[in-house]
Design a protein around this ligand. Structure first.
Ligand code: ADP
Length: 398
């Protein structure tokens, strides 16, 4: 079966199209004037009824059969609450014109099929029918109405395709979110258990050799990294679900930063971390989340800098004392301008570090969300091969 034409039947203008296009199909197939007029008139009779009572009709002109026997058919479908019968005027005449006529209905859906056998003398074959389809697909519009109608159809088709794509993307995104949520929870339990056993074993120090002790230290370090990853995955999932929660308290910023850096310096012993405290102030923040922010920014500064390089941490109160900025400056890899624009995106990593440095691109995404949820701001200044400066600014708590 080859569909040659598809015309929606919405108003009287479509009746003109249905008639003229049916005539043209007959002409292209090589039917005599009498036969094509008969076919087109039958089609018009049925289309007229559909158009008179509905605006949802559709006309399809198709060629069925196999070489060398083909038939030309017109299908008209429409929905209507009104009851129609095969004996109604339009259908009655169409049936007289084309005896190969069937009238079907199911509920309020109507389906009318009418057609005629095509003589062998037309010497049709499948390639010729393919050309016929192409001919009508590329045919010039019959009038301005058809031109607009074609454009609308094209636009509707594009919109439909785009909507479908958006729907599929949303579905995929939902599945990804669900996967991240489940995976992070499932990972957390075994990691916690491994970590607890490692800690237990470490406490039995003296009962095993130095070598085993070294292995346990490595095991401990790796499970800490794994646990951090699982925690980050869980945070990403919470951000997506809008369920990241905060316990805001009054925080003395300078003391907080100093304490956080004492802990972080003992972890990152390979780099010198220099702290310069500005005038003190208080902010409203969730200390655990703030610690996470500092750990991420300092961890990155260490990760993307040479060993032994200096990392500066600076706090600075704004002149009007309404905001305070914490800046972490490293002397590391730095970043390109294009990279800077995207580093706060979820899962984004600069290409230059993707194979040389471990990571999943979640840290800065989570950090920026935590900062913005605190009413703050995060930004970065960076020069490739020279280093980066990450700054976070918070409103001062009066
Ligand atoms: P991760 O470090 O796990 O990749 P992040 O979200 O913390 O994830 O960082 C995203 C990307 O930003 C990193 O992959 C890296 O390319 C870049 N980046 C972050 N901090 C720095 C830094 N201090 N120096 C250079 N590049 C950095």
């Amino acid at each position: 079966m080859k569909e040659i034409l598809d015309i929606s039947l919405e108003n009287e203008m479509d009746l003109v199209l249905a008639h003229r296009r049916s005539m043209q199909v007959g002409e292209q197939l090589g039917l005599t004037v009498a036969t094509r007029t008969t076919f087109a008139t039958a089609v018009s009779e049925v289309a007229r009824t559909a158009i008179e009572y509905t605006d949802n009709g559709r006309l399809n002109i198709i060629v069925t059969g196999k070489f060398p026997r083909y038939s030309l058919y017109a299908h008209v479908v429409f929905d209507s609450d009104q009851v129609f019968r095969a004996s109604d005027e339009g259908f009655f005449y169409a049936k007289k014109l084309l005896p190969d006529f069937t009238f079907n209905s199911s509920g309020n859906a109507y389906f009318i099929e009418m057609g005629l056998g095509l003589p062998r003398s037309l010497k049709l074959d499948d390639p010729k029918l393919g050309l016929l389809k192409d001919h009508f697909e590329n045919a010039e519009p019959l009038n301005a109405y058809e031109e607009i109608k074609n454009k609308n159809n094209h636009l509707n088709k594009l919109t439909g395709e785009q909507e479908e794509e958006i729907r599929m993307r949303r579905e995929l995104d939902e599945k990804k979110k669900e996967f991240i949520s489940i995976a992070s929870h499932e990972l957390k339990t075994p990691i916690t258990i491994v970590k607890a056993y490692t800690q237990m074993l470490k406490q039995l120090k003296g009962e095993y050799s130095e070598k085993v002790s070294g292995v346990l230290d490595k095991l401990d370090l790796q499970t800490t990294k794994l646990s951090l990853l699982a925690q980050q995955l869980m945070d990403v999932s919470k951000i997506e679900n809008g369920s990241l929660q905060y316990e805001l308290v009054d925080v003395d910023l300078n003391s907080f930063i100093k304490e956080a850096l004492d802990i972080l310096s003992s972890i990152h012993i390979g780099n010198e971390i220099r702290l310069t405290l500005g005038e003190n102030c208080r902010i409203k923040a969730d200390p655990l989340r703030l610690e996470q922010v500092m750990a991420n920014l300092l961890g990155n500064a260490v990760k993307y800098s040479p060993k032994n390089s200096v990392i500066d941490v600076l706090t600075k109160l704004s002149p009007d004392e309404t905001s305070v900025t914490v800046t972490i400056t490293d002397r590391g890899l730095g970043m390109s301008k294009e990279g800077i624009e995207r580093i706060f995106d979820k899962f984004y990593r600069l290409e230059e570090v993707s194979s040389s440095h471990p990571g999943l691109g979640m840290g800065l995404y989570i950090t920026s969300k935590i900062i913005s949820d605190h009413g703050g701001r995060i930004w970065v200044e960076s020069v490739p091969s020279k280093g980066s400066s990450f700054s976070i600014a918070f409103p001062v708590h009066q």
